[in-house]
Every structure is written in structure tokens, then in C-alpha cells.
Write a protein that binds this ligand. Structure first.
Ligand code: GAR
Length: 216
């Protein structure tokens, strides 16, 4: 069995897409073994518990700035890594996980962490993306890329699934889709259109990675 740990911070509709695909035998034999959130109120935790899937809340402790904050953050990452490692996942999926993970975390799961990003990212790690229509648009990185696409008045944005490397919102691309920005879009309508593609793509990528691992 190809075991997946899914890290979330919110609603978990992409997590639900993985659950649904698993139920329909459409996940290449992969199973979600663990769901972890940095937020206790993340609805995705309820989705996991409702299915009897292990769910953990690993909160980041509040700490003042400076070295104390850095130490608290490092200790949190170690706790998070310990929880995830206990479930021996073949793959760690960041599905709406709104924290940046350091190289210290990533070294626990080499080449096994993938991330969903609700914008187009370039394959070369640069600052622009060329769309299929030949339009050059800024590569949007960070936690606010859906409103950023509206702010830049982009005609098209998209979503990317990529392997996670120490460089934030960068790394080898596994799947990508362009999504039009429509007149009258607000953040909610645009994000929901993007998520429609993300939910399809995450199922496809997990299925392919599970199949590739079975062939090794
Ligand atoms: C998705 O759009 C995902 O790309 C995004 O959070 C959403 C989660 O939706 N991730 C990031 O922005 C990471 N920086 P969901 O909770 O409904 O699955």
C-alpha cells in the first residue's frame, strides 16, 4: 500500500478529492494514512475523523520574536516531522498547508513532499511564466496569490503541483493547469475555479506517483 500523509490548514476540499478517489478505486492503490493540521479549526481534520483516518493537530506555539521564536518554530517542525514519520508515508502532500517548511523538515522525507500552489509557476524557477497563448505574466509566489492575480489584473492564472525543495514555491513541476480570470471574479469565485482543477490534478498526480513506485 502506498501511504500518504496530507498536511492541511483549512477546508480540505483537495483532501476530500483524495478520499473520494480512494473510495472509487481511482487512486492507484494509494491510501491517506494521516491528516495533520497546524490549525485546530481546519475542517479537513473533521473530514479525516469522520472516516476514521488518523488526524493530528500540531499547533505552532505563540512565542515572542527573535531567538525564542526561532527555537519554538524549530521545535514545532521537529514535532510535526515526528508525527508524520510515525506513519511512514511514501508521500507527503501539502494540500493547502499554509506554513513554509524548512530544509530540516524536508530532509526527513527526501523527494517525497509535494505541494499544491494556486498559481502558475515557471519550470526554471524564474520570475515570469509564459502562458500557452504566449503571454508573459509574473510568477506569483506566497500565501496570497489568488488576490494577487486579481490585483495584477491577469487574464489568466492557474495552479501547479510541484515537488518541494528548500526554495519556496519552486521545484520540479508535476502538473499544471491554466485557469481564466473572468470579468466580475472575486477572490472566492476565482479560487473555487482554480480548486476545481487542483482537485482533479492532485488525484492524477498521486495516482501516477503511486503507480511509479509500484513499478520500482
Ligand atoms: C488550494 O487552493 C491550495 O492550492 C492552496 O490552498 C487551497 C486549499 O484548498 N494552497 C496554498 O495556497 C499554499 N500556499 P482546500 O483546503 O479546499 O483543499
Amino acid at each position: 500500500m502506498y501511504r500518504i500523509a496530507v498536511l492541511i490548514s483549512g477546508s480540505g476540499s483537495n483532501l476530500q478529492a483524495l478520499f473520494d478517489a480512494q473510495d472509487q478505486g481511482d487512486l492507484g492503490g494509494a491510501e491517506v494514512a494521516l491528516v495533520v493540521s497546524d490549525r485546530g479549526d481546519a475542517y479537513g481534520l473533521q473530514r479525516a475523523l469522520a472516516r476514521g483516518v488518523a488526524a493530528a493537530h500540531v499547533p505552532i506555539p505563540a512565542a515572542p520574536g527573535g531567538p525564542a521564536r526561532q527555537a519554538a518554530r524549530a521545535a514545532w517542525e521537529q514535532r510535526l516531522a515526528n508525527v508524520v514519520a510515525a506513519f511512514t508515508p511514501d508521500l507527503v502532500v501539502l494540500a493547502g498547508f499554509m506554513r513554509i517548511l524548512s530544509p530540516d523538515f524536508l530532509q526527513h522525507f527526501p523527494d517525497r513532499v509535494i505541494n499544491q500552489h494556486p498559481a502558475l509557476l515557471p519550470a526554471d524557477g524564474g520570475d515570469t511564466v509564459t502562458t500557452s497563448a504566449g503571454l508573459v505574466i509574473p510568477a506569483l509566489r506566497g500565501a496570497h496569490v489568488v488576490p494577487d492575480a486579481l490585483r495584477h489584473r491577469l487574464p489568466v492564472t492557474g495552479c501547479t503541483i510541484h515537488r518541494v525543495t528548500p526554495r519556496v514555491d519552486d521545484g520540479p513541476i508535476l502538473a499544471q493547469a491554466e485557469v481564466p480570470v473572468l470579468p466580475g471574479d472575486d477572490q472566492a469565485s476565482l479560487h473555487e475555479r482554480i480548486k476545481t482543477h487542483e482537485r482533479r490534478m492532485i488525484v492524477q498526480v498521486v495516482r501516477e506517483l503511486a503507480a511509479a513506485s509500484c513499478r520500482i
